[in-house]
Ligand binder design. Structure first.
Ligand SMILES: NC(=O)c1ccc[n+]([C@@H]2O[C@H](COP(=O)([O-])OP(=O)(O)OC[C@H]3O[C@@H](n4cnc5c(N)ncnc54)[C@H](OP(=O)(O)O)[C@@H]3O)[C@@H](O)[C@H]2O)c1
Length: 250
């Protein structure tokens, strides 16, 4: 059985940690005693998030759609910590784009963050993860592609790609003791989702369709990520764990 202190003084990297789910992952890992390195594009918001998280949180400004900036974020962790125990690939863009509006530019804008950055960040961190003791990667997916919701064709093409990536990487790295898993949240009531999208009717639908009769928040997802990173999940790899209040059954 794992005890919370196994995370003390370990090193974690989280992509997109300045708000939403990523911020909650950073908060949980900081509370457990990890040194947490996180990135985002907007410096002011990132620095404010780091201040809110405390001395264990370290912000790096990076746009992960640019390969050189993925490398720069990994180098920042390398120079500061010299190793990595946990990687959480989280940053993604959930823009709603009608299929009629699909263009090469839109495809590139979405896939370079939602899928390519997961691959490149994992690659950039692999030597650091080999040196760490935790040896855990968690990729953040979604249940959206499981329902095939609209208008999310590009988003869901990129997000479902994470399933294959997670499985194959789990096989490839398993012999070195590195586990790779995926967490697929349902609709999570983050500040941004509530501000931009969630209507009263949406909430009714969620409460009707979920087995758990309350709206799901980022703090419901973070412990599941922590579990998959922990030694309690030492025999779990290549899996995709849904956190949606029991709405979609795989
Ligand atoms: N919220 C939901 O309901 C929900 C449901 C299912 C799955 N998910 C998944 O959960 C993850 C987090 O979603 P969220 O809703 O918490 O997102 P969010 O609130 O939009 O936050 C995204 C984070 O990523 C950063 N980011 C965005 N573009 C970036 C880029 N190009 N390079 C580096 N960082 C970037 C953002 O900061 P900057 O803007 O400053 O870069 C921010 O810190 C995503 O993988 C999403 O697909 C979310």
């Amino acid at each position: 059985m794992f005890t919370a202190d196994e995370f003390a003084n370990r090193v974690a990297a989280v992509t997109g940690g300045s708000e939403g789910l990523g911020f909650e992952f950073c908060r949980s890992l900081c509370e457990l005693g990890c040194e947490v390195y996180f990135c985002a594009r907007h410096a002011e918001r990132g620095q404010e998030a780091a201040r809110g998280l405390g001395a264990r949180a370290h912000f790096f400004q990076a746009d992960l759609t640019i390969p050189g900036q993925v490398e720069a974020f990994a180098s920042f962790v390398r120079e500061a910590a010299g190793r990595l125990d946990y990687l959480v690939n989280n940053a993604a863009n959930d823009d709603r784009i009608k299929f009629d509006d699909l263009s090469v530019d839109e495809c590139d804008r979405m896939w370079t963050l939602n899928l390519r950055s997961y691959l490149l960040m994992s690659k950039a961190c692999i030597e650091l993860l080999r040196k760490g003791a935790g040896k855990g990667i968690v990729n953040i997916g979604t249940t959206n592609y499981m329902f095939g919701l609209e208008p999310f064709t590009i988003y869901n093409a990129t997000k479902s790609g994470i399933v294959g990536f997670t499985r194959s990487l789990a096989r490839e790295l398993g012999k070195e003791g590195i586990r790779v898993n995926m967490v697929s949240p349902g609709w999570i009531m983050t500040e941004k989702q509530l501000r931009k999208y969630v209507t009263a009717e949406d909430k009714e639908v969620l409460l009707r369709e979920q087995s758990v009769k309350r709206l799901i928040e980022a703090k419901d997802v973070a412990p599941v990520v922590v579990f998959l990173l922990s030694s309690a999940a030492g025999a779990v790899s290549g899996q995709n764990l849904v956190v949606d209040g029991g709405r979609f059954f795989q």
